[in-house]
Write a protein that binds this ligand. Structure first.
Ligand code: SF4
Length: 183
């Protein structure tokens, strides 16, 4: 096992027994995140949903398939990226995570970013954009490069948003491709 694999496993283990915030009360499974330990591209969503909570994996169900299809069009697979969320436990009834919950969970996300050390980070969807880059309106910021604390970020749509608004799917796919080209 490599050093990065050891570090990510340690984060996942800490998350699995974490009781630092309210979200631990209703979760079925923790969803620490998964993927390539030295991925060049890291995808960050907001929070696990129902399917993720049941399976303990990020981005499963229809949104996950859309992400997989976009990766495939970019000539990549899910195993080529590291995928996680701002909070690692499902908020009840899919409500937005609260500020305190995001802050409680932040140490895990920070450790994952530091360990994977990706070339580019993609916050996906409005909520992740706000939590990660303190910006609003994904439609205004998608596909643009931002620098924060020496890291490169490129927000894009949440794949679930492309289910209801199919015209943004090509833009989402273009952003995924762009991420692998270095942003
Ligand atoms: S959401 Fe994060 S901080 Fe809250 S219980 Fe889950 S792992 Fe711990």
């Amino acid at each position: 096992m490599t050093q990065k694999e050891r570090c990510l496993k340690a984060v996942a283990e800490k998350v699995s027994s974490c009781r630092k915030c309210e979200l631990s009360k209703n979760r079925k499974k923790t969803v620490p995140g998964t993927g390539k330990p030295d991925a060049k591209v890291m995808v960050i969503g907001e929070a696990p949903g129902k399917n993720e909570d049941e399976q303990g994996l990020p981005f499963v169900g229809r949104a996950g398939s859309i992400l997989d299809e976009a990766l495939e069009k970019a000539g990549k697979k899910r195993e080529d990226v590291f995928i996680t969320n701002v909070v690692k436990c499902r908020p009840p009834n899919n409500r937005d995570p609260r500020k305190k919950e995001v802050e409680s969970c932040n140490e895990y996300l920070e450790k994952q970013i530091k360990t994977v050390d990706p070339d580019i980070i993609l916050p996906v969807g409005n909520h992740a954009l706000q939590r990660v880059l303190s910006k609003k309106k994904i439609s205004q910021h998608r596909g643009k490069i931002y620098k924060k604390n020496g890291r490169k970020y490129m927000p894009t749509y949440h794949p679930a948003a492309t289910i209801y608004n199919r015209k943004i799917r090509p833009r989402f796919e273009k952003d995924i491709q762009k991420a692998f080209e270095g942003g």
